[in-house]
Design a protein around this ligand. Structure first.
Ligand code: MN
Length: 422
């Protein structure tokens, strides 16, 4: 499929800094707040372009959009129009920003349409109705299996047959930049002694991405794997915080609960699957073969570099892991086909986490549980301190971008500071 806005030769009249995550070929959607008002925007270089103003000025008139669809506090209404409409809007915004186009540049007061990203506040881009967290990186599942069970049987017998997941909590998904308090809960540090209650001692990040859906299948209707991407509008970076000590005590027999629902953080820009088209790659060979409803054709994995850094209070940051979205065993289309195969209905604005994404090398692990190997291999920080898990005052920053032949499509970052327990 040819998407006009993806043409790598396009240049914008907006100045794009070298190595920007947001060249004219990206144009991710988000919600920003400026002068006290939230509305929809598109990132271009260091700027935000106000979509509600474009519509008000009649610059999106040929796209049959509902009135004031961008003059909203979330993108759900826009996403609900579906991917073809999203594609039309992105192509039109691309036209308006191209260097040889002066419809916008020469006829409007740019000060009220184009804002510095540093001067606006980025907000939650969607109201998330439901949230699923998968567990789809083989290396991550293998590492956890080695630590808590047996290296010889590290993967559970179901793992290569089912994209394993659980239903998470949507209410505590927050945008980048909001500090969170260390969670408290029950732990059982010693097998011989009773459980205790207190602040989590093994606070961890999970380096993930997440996709956001558009459109509905309807209760009882499965989405086949070859149609799944029609419902995947775009992706964000996702830090799925985990309280490892609380998790270890509580998870039997029903799985993740309070160790996982105190906060999960996303980057504010939804990078469209359209913008990521040039970065499709083949996935790993799935052996044993998967059941027919999970079999797919073509390239459904994406080459997206990911990194995670820890910044101790008052110190420089240190990158503690480099990974890549291509290390997923199960791709997003398979995850969504599996999610709906029983007739579960998805809705616009649902979010689906990838699961911690770890690569094969120890420098590519996506959680402190793996990086410090259960606390046995502490990581040294620029200020001389050590980390096994995350301490109060630390900020965890995740970044991601795809890069190929000089084209860079980035996500920006998700950054969260940990405050002491309340
Ligand atoms: Mn997770």
């Amino acid at each position: 499929m040819e998407i006009a806005a993806n043409d790598p030769s396009l240049k914008s009249w907006v100045e794009i800094p070298v190595d920007s995550d947001f060249p004219i070929q990206n144009l991710p959607f988000g919600i920003f707040k400026e002068n006290g008002k939230k509305r929809a925007g598109v990132a271009i270089g260091d700027k935000v372009l106000d979509l509600s103003a474009l519509q008000e000025y009649g610059l999106l008139n040929d796209l049959s959009l509902p009135n004031k669809v961008f003059d909203q506090e979330v993108l759900n209404g826009f996403l609900h129009l579906g991917k073809p409409t999203g594609r039309k809007v992105r192509n039109r915004v691309s036209e308006l920003l191209q260097e040889n186009n002066d419809e916008l540049r020469s006829h409007y007061a740019l000060g009220s349409i184009l804002f510095d990203q540093s001067k606006v506040k980025m907000c939650m881009p969607v109201q998330i109705g439901d949230y699923t967290d998968f567990y789809s990186s083989e290396q991550h599942a293998f590492n956890v299996g080695c630590m808590f069970r047996d290296p010889k049987n590290a993967l559970m017998p179901n793992w290569k047959h089912i994209p394993v997941g659980y239903h998470g909590r949507a209410s505590s998904i927050i945008e980048s930049g909001i500090p969170i308090h260390r969670p408290k809960g029950q732990q059982k540090p010693n097998d011989e002694e009773p459980a205790v209650f207190g602040p989590c001692k093994l606070l961890d990040f999970e380096l993930e991405t997440a996709f956001i859906t558009c459109g509905e299948n309807g209760l009882g209707e499965a989405i086949p794997v070859e149609k799944a991407e029609d419902h995947i509008f775009g992706m964000v970076l996702f830090n799925d915080w985990s309280a490892r000590d609380i998790q270890k005590w509580e998870y039997v027999p029903l799985g993740p609960f309070l160790a996982k629902n105190f906060a999960s953080c996303i980057s504010p820009w939804i990078v469209t699957l359209d913008a990521l088209e040039p970065f499709r790659i083949e996935g790993p060979k799935q052996d044993p073969p998967v059941l027919p409803y999970l079999q797919y054709e073509g390239e459904k994995h994406f080459d997206i570099e990911l990194e995670v850094a820890i910044k101790p209070e008052g110190s420089e940051e240190k990158v503690v892991g480099h990974s890549n979205f291509k290390y997923m065993y199960w791709n997003m289309a398979q995850q969504l086909a599996h999610q709906t195969v029983n007739g579960c209905n998805i809705r616009t604005g649902d979010m689906y986490g990838s699961g911690t994404i770890s690569g094969p090398e120890s420098s590519q692990f996506g959680s402190m549980l793996e990086i410090s190997w259960k606390g046995t291999k502490p990581v040294s920080m620029p200020d001389g301190s050590e980390r096994k898990f995350i301490l109060d005052g630390d900020t965890v920053i995740m970044r991601g971008h795809a890069k190929h032949n000089g084209l860079r499509i980035g996500f920006g970052e998700v950054s969260t500071k940990i405050l002491p327990a309340k």
